[in-house]
Design a protein around this ligand. Structure first.
Ligand SMILES: NC(=O)c1ccc[n+]([C@@H]2O[C@H](COP(=O)([O-])OP(=O)(O)OC[C@H]3O[C@@H](n4cnc5c(N)ncnc54)[C@H](O)[C@@H]3O)[C@@H](O)[C@H]2O)c1
Length: 218
């Protein structure tokens, strides 16, 4: 997906399309009209057409979308046709919750290792995921060929740990800390901030027009 140069907002909607297509496929639906699809994912039809236009022709006029074809396409685009191994650094409140959430139950994302500096948590296993000391970071990431890391350390440790991740060859960081971490251009950072998500929701609640109601804002 990285070399396709699609807008970030489009990239953020792709998993929504993918998850809905999975629901349709599980229900045995073979085909869906573009208006039904838009209603199902709660995204404006024009936005969907614009998103899909980045990938060439995905539907047929008057026919809509073939569910299996579209699902196979997004599966590949989102790399859900293979398991992506992920590590987590910082096994505190948030880290524990994410380890217990355990992405691989419904996706091809698998947290394979976790790291912390606290002796109380190092050496433990949470939902089959071993917590290693931070000193093992480079060794384990390289040994297990892990390139994606979820960062859930305290704000003060965010940049130091990031520097260690870069030195270990990490290419993607899902950053839950409030710090805007510095990385080289080769590393992609996805910042997750629940406070700003909530602020955005509150903004839309206060600025919505009637035709925006019931539409997702990603
Ligand atoms: N983005 C969000 O929506 C969101 C929500 C909640 C918390 N947070 C952020 O997530 C981070 C974690 O929050 P929390 O409540 O789980 O904190 P926490 O204090 O419960 O956990 C932090 C963990 O990181 C470990 N740690 C500290 N320094 C480390 C280092 N150098 N290397 C490895 N591990 C180290 C600690 O031992 C601890 O286990 C914080 O930065 C917090 O601000 C973000």
């Amino acid at each position: 997906m990285a070399d396709m140069k699609i807008p970030r907002a489009t990239a953020k909607r792709l998993p929504i399309y993918y998850q809905y297509l999975n629901i349709l496929a599980d229900a045995g639906q073979k085909r869906i009209s573009s208006s039904e699809f838009a209603a199902g994912v709660k995204v404006d039809p024009r936005t969907i057409r614009r998103d899909f236009s980045h990938f060439g022709t995905l539907g047929k006029r008057g026919y809509g979308y073939d569910v299996a074809d579209l699902l196979a396409f997004f599966k590949k685009i989102l790399k859900q046709d293979q398991v992506t191994k992920v590590a987590l650094v910082g096994v505190g409140n948030l880290g524990h919750a994410l380890l217990n959430f355990n992405f691989h139950r419904d996706n091809n994302i698998a947290i394979r290792a976790a790291f912390d500096i606290d002796p109380a948590v190092v050496g433990t296993t949470i939902d089959d995921i071993r917590v290693y000391p931070l000193t093992e970071l480079q060794n384990q990431l390289q040994k297990q060929a892990i390139k994606v890391v979820i960062l859930t350390v305290p704000e003060a440790a965010a940049q130091t740990v990031t520097d260690q991740l870069i030195a270990a060859g990490v290419e993607g960081i899902m950053n839950f800390t409030p710090t805007r971490i510095n990385v080289p251009a080769t590393v992609i950072v996805q910042n997750v901030n629940l406070t700003s998500e909530l602020q955005t929701l509150i903004y839309f609640l206060n600025h919505r027009t009637l035709d925006q109601q019931g539409t997702n804002k990603e």
